[in-house]
Design a protein around this ligand. Sequence first.
Ligand code: LAN
Length: 667
Amino acid sequence: MRPTLESPRTSVVVDPLQAQAQEAMRKALSNLAHLQEARGSWSGDYGGPMFLLPMYLALAELSGRRPPPAQAARMRTYFLNVQRADGGIGLHAESSEGSMFTSALSYVALRILGMGPDEAPVVRLREWMAARGGALGSASWGKFTLCLLGLYEWEGIHPVAPELWLLPKGAPLHPGNLWCHCRQVYLPMAWLYGMRATGPTTPLTRALREELYPQGYARIDWKAQRDTVAREDDYRPQTLALKAVNLALARAEDLPFKPLRQKALDECLKHIAYEDRVTNDIDIGPVNAVLNTVVHHFRGKDGAEDFERGFEALQVYLWDGHDGLKMQGYNNSELWDTAFAVQAILSAPEALQAPHGAMLEKAHTFLRDNQILEDVPEPEAHYRHRSKGGWPFSNRAHGWPITDCSSEGLKCALALEGRFTPGIPLELLRDGVQLILSWQNDDGGWATYEKKRGSGWLEQLNPSQVFGDIMVDYSYVECTSACLQALVAAKKRFKGEFDEVIDAAVKKGVAFLRAQQRPDGSFEGSWAVCFTYGTWFGVTGLLAAGVPGNDGAVRRACDFLVSKQKADGGWGEAGDSCRERRYLQAKTGQVAQTSWALLTLVRAGDVRAAVQRRAVDFLARRQESDGSWAREALVGVFNRTCLINYDNYRHYFPLWAMGEWAAAATR
Ligand code: LAN
């Protein structure tokens, strides 16, 4: 800088952007403190998928538990808010087109919720469906749900054979080899299919049969409809392999005598009861939570108590949000949110953190009290991995630990160790490390809940039509990165104790990550949108593992991100990137994605300071006066096609990114 007489050398040159960032962080911290729950966590709307609430309402209708009027009104509001201008309803709340699966189920839901067939939104929805052949084109899970209600005939779907559960464990088609979410959905489906469980005909179902099918219900040749699917629902068209399996299952189903059926149904029921028991009836996810409860309903007197507990547990999945009352994609996302919030808080300058000791202490309590303390009973007999020492996505009651949730939990536990009492016993931290190590796949990566079991070709048999990659728990960039980061932190903490095993695991993990990088330098994410999220994890995983910032892979990833920055200084990647598997720009920058990009560039020590400054400026400008950030487009995703709302991402990621930027800029 040019020395002048007016600026004596002792004066501190204050960068106005630093000052702006400090002020933004101060406000973001008090907003986080304000949003924190008494139990120490952050909770938020986890809606998005549009098939969940209708499935819940199908159960409510079957079991005579229609929601009370005020709740029903909020649910109607939700559907009407999400309904698209063309009349259809998409797979998720912000889909760029309607889906027959969710339109047909939402139609039924609206009628269960008391809307008449002549009310305008219902008419528009029906017309949208009719123009596309009606509910016959619904994806398979929609047809299945309609069967339960007596609104589709069981002969019109491919068999879901309960006997698969009796196959020898090593058989490739054994459900134990499937991704746990897929396995747990097809488990109650197998029982319900085996029983051809169907609710009674009522005036409503009689009317719906005519409204859903312009061709006339009585005239439909059901057996010929097994493969009928609307263009909108056919993301994963039937493969030859699936066709062959379906044919074989159909032959078996047509046999007059099925000697193993009863035994298979009992086996399914045993696993359903087990899943209910080890999750406190929450179940691993929203779909099996509904379907297991449907099973108990159809068990009649035998299932009455289980039904009550299941139905009660389902209430935690409901969330009354800004756009109405919906069913969420999980019981909640509290552990995940809390772990990220803690890391964001810890990134802020110490002077700003100082007033928030109580917030961190409460968060620590939540993390401590939600670590999983026990393995599930007889894990092998129920196709379960170990659990002890891990962390779930939501809370301990849910009970299924996840690789990356455990890693984010462990990272926080280590970062906060010694600060609050009682702390987490050292033995439990060790268990966490061992668990993460035990989850590593042979390919060097980490999957979500379990080690990869089935081989990739199983995906050829994906019967869902609307989802991609549901059959196998593959290694993912995000999970691998999180596990590497946690292991490296653990190596430091347990000086010497785990050095060799962790070094070996990290070496393989790095090789996996490198192999995932795409020619354009990006990494594809699977659990949020999309290349921005994946690249953040890819790069931070490599860096944590000791790969230097000037490594070619890191440089290429940074170049990729820099090339995508928008004129407003932010990053905005459209949700359809996940579906189409290529980077699609959104109209404007988004704060969560901008934060991921900024975190990546800062950590990598990227020297293009102006790029980062524009991002910081974008984040600060977007902040509201109360320290929050406004809601933006959905940014979470699963199975390539379905977006989901991580409502707290906008509250802590900008803080985290500005915190790391500010620290690096003053270094
Ligand atoms: C989730 C939620 C958490 C999420 C993260 C931990 C964030 C991720 O890093 C790994 C994958 C995981 C565990 C995940 C997988 C898919 C889930 C379970 C969901 C997105 C929540 C809902 C979704 C589930 C599959 C929805 C039901 C639909 C099916 C196709 C079964």
